[in-house]
Ligand binder design. Structure first.
Ligand code: SAH
Ligand code: SF4
Ligand code: F3S
Length: 483
């Protein structure tokens, strides 16, 4: 057996009842202790210890990964792009079955890598871990996993890692409910010039198909002062674009001690100097207020882009989905938004093959897609999530019917999206440059305010800056431009 690691003994345990009770102090205490162990191991091995955090889910999942990476950096680990690292942490998603399958598949590979590198640590966290059957399955079939924690106690990562290092035993720490929001923990941004900012956690909506409320718990809003302070810090650090994150940002602030609306939060964020673009995700149509439309129109930094999940165009299905709006209300809302903000770019999420979906229901979805003219849409095949009301339904739709509808929807979405994109050709618009182009040397890639991608020739030094670009050619989903 390969012995390439410093062995930690119980006697190394320095956490002798003196850990602070308060958060985040407690976690900083554990980060310092982990760091000592990491340094000892590094000395023994004569090389730095590395980590890789892999994101499987949505923007909120990605934001959590940045926090986890922040903790590991504070513990003295070095970040690595690939998973051939001393510590690999999977931040899982369970919104659809294929998200779960991806995790199991990758974990299989990781397990065989670990056979050759038995010193490595493998951790699992995120939404999947909030499901009991998943944790059972991992315990039985993936015994090489070293530690597991859930979404509610993610702030305890340093403490959990320390426990694993000291005891050399698998640690499983998943709790059913979130007890607090812990502020001021480290975070390591993936991009230097843009960042997500949590404004709330959890979801109270219980859409009939969706597992998120079960794995993310009830809605909790962050204090506006904490949000603004974080954004001010980001701005001071050179961040130009922020994305305010929540499962339903339109119900932000309702259960704060001093309630505040999302529209008013947006106005406050708009005042932060240095920030040039503000985005937010996701807006539930049922809670989108006139005041928010007003705020979007008047706040100069708020991008004229709205992600407004439709899910279905059929009023009958929307009722069954527990979405609290119908086809007509959704279309009326879109009209109102277009009137107030004529250059608004609209994107959406649509589910095909929800239980009981008839051809007529589906045609209603197509009808809304045509009437709204989305810039783009994420289309999903309905996935049965156990524990949700829709999973119990007996009228699940046969696969071939779903695929046929999915293809028709995708075609419509793409055709209309390309038409919409074509309209901007020739215009000169601001682009936030994000990276070097992956495919062609000399090109960089950036995004318009409406989130569309533009490739153009420029010096790499413009990365992170907002520059004016003329859109020369529309390629359907993206543009070729000229600075
Ligand atoms: N809070 C956001 C969405 C979060 S999940 C909202 O309410 O809009 C992102 C998207 O995944 C959803 O909008 C929905 O379209 C899709 N989704 C959720 N559960 C699903 C399921 N069981 N099957 C297929 N798609 C699903
Ligand atoms: Fe899921 Fe609905 Fe909550 Fe969105 S609003 S996370 S779709 S339950
Ligand atoms: Fe997935 Fe959890 Fe996000 S289930 S979509 S990572 S909230």
């Amino acid at each position: 057996m390969e012995m390439d690691r410093y062995e930690i003994k119980e006697s190394d345990n320095r956490a002798n009842g003196s850990a602070p009770e308060q958060e985040p102090e407690r976690q900083y205490y554990y980060m310092a202790l982990v760091k000592e162990l990491v340094q000892k191991q590094e000395k023994e091995l004569g090389r730095p210890l590395t980590f890789c955090v892999t994101t499987f889910g949505c923007q909120m999942n990605a934001k959590d990964s940045e926090k986890l990476a922040g903790v590991l950096l504070s513990c003295g680990y070095q970040e690595k792009e690939d998973e051939e690292a001393d510590l690999v942490l999977y931040n899982t998603c369970t919104v659809r079955e294929n998200a779960d399958n991806k995790v199991y598949g990758r974990l299989g590979y990781l397990g065989s890598y670990k056979k050759k590198h038995p010193h490595m640590l493998i951790g699992l966290c995120g939404c999947m871990m909030q499901e009991e059957p998943v944790v059972e399955k991992i315990k039985q079939s993936y015994s090489f996993v070293d530690f597991i924690f859930g979404t509610h106690n993610i702030y305890k990562f340093a403490e959990i890692l320390y426990k694993r290092l000291i005891t050399e035993k698998r640690v499983i720490d998943v709790v059913k409910e979130a007890d607090k929001i812990v502020e001021e923990l480290p975070s390591s941004r993936k991009y230097s010039f843009k960042s997500g900012v949590n404004i709330m956690f959890g979801c109270n909506n219980f859409c009939s198909y969706c597992i998120v409320p079960y794995v993310r718990g009830r809605e909790r809003s962050r204090n506006p002062k904490d949000i603004i302070r974080e954004i001010e810090k980001l701005a001071a650090d050179g961040v130009k674009e922020i994305m305010l994150l929540g499962q339903n940002v339109n119900s932000y602030g309702k259960n704060l001690e001093d309630p505040m609306t999302f529209a008013d939060l947006l106005r406050e964020v708009n005042k932060v100097e240095g920030i040039q673009r503000i985005r937010f995700m996701t807006s539930h149509p049922k809670d989108l207020s006139d005041d928010l439309i007003q705020a979007m129109a008047e706040c100069d930094k708020v991008c004229h882009h709205l992600h407004l999940p439709l899910q279905s165009g059929s009023s009958r299905l929307l009722k069954d989905m527990n979405r609290h709006y119908d086809k007509e209300q959704y279309l009326a809302l879109v009209e109102k938004i277009k009137k107030a903000i004529p250059d608004i770019s609209l994107t959406t999420d649509i589910i095909v093959g929800y239980p009981g979906e008839t051809e007529e229901d589906f045609l209603d979805t197509l009808d809304v897609v045509e009437k709204v003219g989305y810039d783009s849409a994420y289309t999903f095949i309905y996935s049965k999530r156990s524990g949700t009301p829709a999973a119990k339904r007996e009228d699940q739709i046969p696969e071939d019917v779903v695929h046929d509808r999915f293809d028709r929807l995708l075609k419509t979405v793409q055709t209309l999206g390309a038409k919409k994109a074509e309209q901007l050709t020739g215009q000169r618009l601001p682009v936030l440059v994000e990276s070097l182009n992956d495919h062609e040397e000399g090109l960089v890639t950036g995004r318009l305010a409406n989130n569309s991608v533009v490739h153009f020739a420029a010096d790499p030094s413009v990365i992170g800056q907002i520059v004016d670009v003329t859109l020369k050619e529309c390629k359907g989903f993206y543009y070729l431009g000229e600075m």
